[in-house]
Design a protein around this ligand. Sequence first.
Ligand SMILES: CC(C)(COP(=O)(O)OP(=O)(O)OC[C@H]1O[C@@H](n2cnc3c(N)ncnc32)[C@H](O)[C@@H]1OP(=O)(O)O)[C@@H](O)C(=O)NCCC(=O)NCCS
Length: 189
Amino acid sequence: MPLTIPSRIQTARLTIRPIQESDLEAVFACYNHHEVTRYCPPTRWDSMETARNWFARIQQRVADGGAMQFVIELTAQRTVIGSCVLFKIDESSLRAELGYALGRNYWGAGYMHEALAALIEHAFSQMALHRLEAEIDPRNEASANSLLRLGFVLEGTLRERWIDDDEISDAGLYGLLARDWFARQQAIR
Ligand SMILES: CC(C)(COP(=O)(O)OP(=O)(O)OC[C@H]1O[C@@H](n2cnc3c(N)ncnc32)[C@H](O)[C@@H]1OP(=O)(O)O)[C@@H](O)C(=O)NCCC(=O)NCCS
């Protein structure tokens, strides 16, 4: 499977491109809001140090070939509004997990739908992945709605899967198969 990281993915309003260190302040501005990180560990993004530690972990995963981390930019304004990631890339099973977050000011405008649709299309068409997964807190309704709108199916609930800041939470496991994605795209056209 070609694991080449795309230099950019363009949509009608957005540019999705690999993160650079110079994006960190803009990414921090997105994540430094309790509603954004409420269900996404680490839940406290209260300093640039959190951002730098996060970036170091990401860089390691990218170097190992296990992840592709992107920022989402409004093309016209060249403003970073969020991020998305393919991680836990498993080449033998042709599968990866999807992660994503938008700055609070940018919710409700369909930006994440637009970004993830393009990233999913890339993952299935260019990387030839067979299956994508997402694991979210069942209380995270905005995220569940985004996944369902994209055609993900809730496949099960993993009990008390996460412990963060002494809070124990379940995880909803969502899955999307390449053949279902392509069938859906055909039906939409
Ligand atoms: C999850 C998250 C990205 C969803 O953001 P969002 O803006 O609601 O996501 P979408 O792009 O799917 O937008 C859909 C919303 O925009 C509206 N919308 C407006 N224009 C639209 C368009 N052109 N296309 C699609 N939706 C559009 C939809 O009606 C929908 O609103 P609704 O949820 O009230 O029905 C956001 O809530 C977030 O960043 N949360 C914190 C991080 C997080 O939880 N990440 C995931 C787990 S770690």
